[in-house]
Design a protein around this ligand. Structure first.
Ligand SMILES: [Zn+2]
Length: 400
């Protein structure tokens, strides 16, 4: 039980804002002063915590405050998106100390993509100046569906050739570090709980606006992964009964009507954007969507109408999930969010609150991620830190 107590103590210190004394720790975690003292010694020896000054002006001896040591351990986070791959080095308190972004190589060759990821990680570590021995591992946020047990990516949209690719093992072999793989939307939710500040507490859904739209779920401070790690698939919530047909046989699903691809196609159909309507690559969708947002911001009313309409549809989907789980907050983020945040936040909060089943009892806050644009990569790194620090019931196994 020694290691479990150790993670309990580390987690309590992490969750405190200004650190904790040994006496406070004993009260919070319910272990004996002797156990607290022994484990604190081990954590100090491992450089995972530091003694950070003394506190107390009442009678008795001032208490030494224990805090996490930011440089005590690091984690690498990688967010594999069909268009862009983002990399971060995170320290033990969840601060980004190094960051990189590359275009995800197309061409349907996963082995080449994994080799590029591995070499970028090498450069990232060298640039960060971080001691390699203090890097606990690599977390990868990937588009779903994923097979958590096998660490494989299973045929996600817009990543041709990625059918049952053994991402975890291949990246471990290429880098020598332990690797964890989780779904992008789940990683985003994990990041929010670790590094999002007030928006990451309690019960919320994380609406992930990427090449696809997914949903991370956090109930009572615990990230919900579901039976296989694939919770949060909201692509077939119907949001527009007259909308475009979906591959599931219905019409107007999230997947057929509100993802960026749908708006880019609509804009092309209306002649606002040039180019083909179908068969676009992830990079073309990203460029097209950025152009559409720019046009709307410059006053093009047709472009603005397409985006405003999509905000209404996304709000309907978020409302269904928020009601099903009775959450206090809807957090928006992901790679496309920065383009649309102002517009969406002027439309979505009213729709969610007007449609709230518990509206007479509590409001639902609608906010932007407190983590920012790198939320997927930060979350992937947090998975590694979580494995090191947090005494969760549902622990992911770090393959070594
Ligand atoms: Zn559908």
């Amino acid at each position: 039980m020694g290691d479990f107590n150790l993670t309990v103590i580390l987690d309590a210190i992490r969750r405190s804002t200004g650190g904790l004394s040994r006496v406070e720790l004993a009260q919070i975690v319910g272990l004996s002063p002797q156990t607290i003292s022994n484990i604190s010694r081990r954590l100090l020896d491992q450089h995972l915590i530091v003694e950070a000054g003394k506190e107390g002006n009442g009678p008795g001896k001032p208490r030494t405050i224990l805090r996490l040591n930011p440089g005590g351990q690091y984690a690498i986070g990688v967010h594999l998106d069909p268009a862009v791959t983002t990399f971060v080095v995170l320290d033990l308190v969840g601060e980004v100390v190094q960051h990189a972004r590359t275009t995800t190589p197309g061409g349907g060759n996963p082995a080449a993509v994994i080799a590029t990821i591995a070499s970028t990680i090498e450069t990232l570590i060298a640039d960060s100046g971080v001691d390699r021995s203090r890097i606990a591992g690599i977390g990868v946020a990937a588009p779903g569906p994923i097979n958590l047990d096998q660490g494989t990516v299973v045929d996600p949209p817009l990543l041709p050739g990625w059918d049952r690719v053994e991402l975890r093992d291949a990246l471990r072999d290429a880098t020598g570090y332990p690797v964890l793989v989780d779904k992008d939307v789940t990683s985003a939710a994990v990041a929010e709980t670790w590094a999002g500040g007030p928006s990451g507490a309690g019960s919320f859904i994380f609406m992930y606006m990427g090449t696809g739209i997914g949903c991370g779920l956090v109930l009572n401070d615990e990230v919900v992964r579901g039976t296989s790690g694939n919770a949060g698939e909201i692509g077939h919530i119907m949001v527009d009964p007259d909308g475009p047909p979906c591959d599931c046989g219905m019409r107007g699903c999230v997947k057929s009507s509100c993802i960026p691809q749908a708006q880019v196609a609509e804009a092309a159909r209306e002649g606002i954007l040039e180019g083909p309507l179908e068969g676009l690559s992830a990079a073309e969708i990203q460029d097209g969507f950025a152009s559409l947002c720019r046009l709307a911001d410059e006053g093009n009313t047709q472009a603005a109408a397409i985006l405003d309409r999509s905000a209404v549809l996304v709000a309907r989907a978020a409302s269904v999930v928020a009601n099903a789980l009775d959450v206090e907050r809807v957090v928006f983020g992901g790679p496309y969010w920065a383009h649309i945040s102002a517009r969406y936040l002027s439309i979505i909060p009213d729709i969610i609150n007007d449609g709230s089943a518990a509206g007479v009892i509590h409001d639902v806050d609608v906010v932007s991620s407190g983590v920012g644009d790198d939320v997927g990569a930060v979350g992937a790194a947090c998975l590694v830190l979580e494995h090191t620090l947090a005494p969760r019931a549902q622990r992911l196994l770090l393959e070594t």
